[in-house]
Design a protein around this ligand. Structure first.
Ligand code: AMP
Length: 397
């Protein structure tokens, strides 16, 4: 199979699906450049190999065709600065102008196409749309892990038009390698830490991971559905009533399998969802009425930190509390630090999911963990054992 290191890009136009779905502020400035920065090694490799690059991506969720605020042209100043060269722009991802500009590209040149999602055919996986995109390049490179779990035109359908010239970029290669390592080749003890607001998006992965891990640590808003399942009082904390039974079953499964299930013993409860609200340190299963648990407490931090410190493999998805507010960030910060420390001692740590990545960045620990995944949803689905359309399209046939 072709790969980015052995493929001869000389004289070729590489059509690269990147994930440039970055957050923009009201002045259309990028507030987090992680996704663009992550794609630079793939772009540079193609240019250094004598090829030219046609970048395609989505940005936001435009509803009905082109919308100025979702234009990829907002990314041009940053891209030009980072690549240190001119980056051309086609204000439609298909059509005459894109064809002309792509056709005229010389080795070493870069062209950015307008937002793919200005066409509904992109998310619908339209074949004709995919073939129009495909006609712009000689080789297809998928480096958009964040959308690999979607069978969209540019992430999966397009690959059929490049039977002998399709490959993964470095982000995709590294993501797949890191996740494979965690699920197929994990050193023991293996600890999974799951947090965030909701159980609903994560119950499948909890069940799947119970077959593999030694320790399952639960924090964040979703802990209260488990605490309720165990008969605790959760006051006004977040809860998904319809999942209480499911949570109970997961707890039973953990017991059967001998997995240590860590549920917080204490919590910081607040009188309102507000950083300035009155707070109380309470037992996590005795949240007073009128209060809601917004972070894990010091006793939980201590026990979680110890378990993390003994681990050889660590997977983290989702914050321990409302870490965006300074009074409820202690749990998330302590867990992030504990993961970094365990990594320094030799553990392999994989962090994924928008909010845990934001937390790792906030505490400047990105370089102290083994791998930070760029795609939360895709990472979870891959760990659940689902075949990702974007991966299959390049690997298969
Ligand atoms: P998710 O998208 O499910 O990973 O949830 C991430 C969000 O969960 C973050 O924005 C956190 O602020 C929020 N969160 C974490 N802990 C709690 C909590 N105890 N109560 C309410 N929201 C929480």
């Amino acid at each position: 199979m072709n790969n980015i290191d052995n493929y001869n890009f000389s004289g070729k136009k590489a059509l690269v699906r990147v994930d440039f779905n970055v957050p923009l502020n009201d002045n259309f400035e990028i507030t987090d450049t992680t996704r663009i920065d992550a794609a630079l090694p793939t772009i540079s490799k193609i240019i250094d190999g004598g090829g030219s690059v046609i970048l395609m991506s989505h940005l936001g969720r435009p509803k009905t065709g082109p919308e100025g605020k979702f234009s990829l042209k907002h990314l041009l100043p940053y891209l030009r600065e980072k690549l240190g060269m001119e980056v051309q722009f086609a204000d439609d991802c298909i059509g005459e102008q894109a064809k002309k500009k792509a056709g005229a590209l010389k080795p070493g040149e870069v062209l950015l196409l307008e937002n793919l999602r200005f066409y509904k055919e992109e998310t619908k996986g339209g074949e004709e749309f995919a073939s129009k995109l495909a006609s712009l390049g000689d080789v297809y490179v998928n480096d958009a892990f964040g959308t690999a779990h979607r069978a969209h035109a540019s992430t999966a359908i397009i690959a059929q038009f490049f039977p002998d010239d399709k490959l993964f970029g470095y982000i995709m290669e590294n993501e797949i390698r890191s996740i494979d390592k965690v699920i197929h080749d994990s050193g023991k003890p293996f600890t999974a830490i799951l947090g965030g607001a909701k159980v609903s998006g994560k119950i499948e992965i909890i069940n799947k991971l119970l077959d593999k891990v030694d320790n399952m640590i639960i924090g964040g808003g979703m802990m209260f559905t488990f605490i309720k399942a165990m008969g605790g009082n959760i006051g006004n904390s977040l809860v998904e009533e319809d999942l209480v039974e499911t949570a109970k079953k997961a707890l039973d499964k953990a017991k059967e399998l001998g997995v240590n299930f860590y549920i917080p013993s204490d919590a910081i409860a607040a009188a309102a969802f507000d950083n300035d609200a009155i707070t109380k340190l309470v037992s996590a299963d005795a949240i007073p009425d009128g209060f809601m648990g917004l972070d894990i407490g010091p006793e939980s931090i201590k026990s979680f930190t110890e378990a993390i410190g003994r681990s050889a493999t660590i997977l983290w998805n989702g914050p321990m509390g409302v870490f965006e507010m300074s009074n409820f960030e202690a749990g998330t910060k302590a867990i992030a630090k504990a993961i970094a420390e365990a990594t320094q001692k030799g553990a392999f740590s994989l962090i994924g999911g928008g909010d845990s990545v934001a937390a790792i960045n906030k505490y400047h620990l990105k370089d102290k963990v083994s791998y930070v995944s760029t795609g939360g949803g895709a990472m979870l689905e891959y760990i659940e054992g689902k075949e990702l359309p974007g991966v299959r399209a390049v690997m298969g046939g």
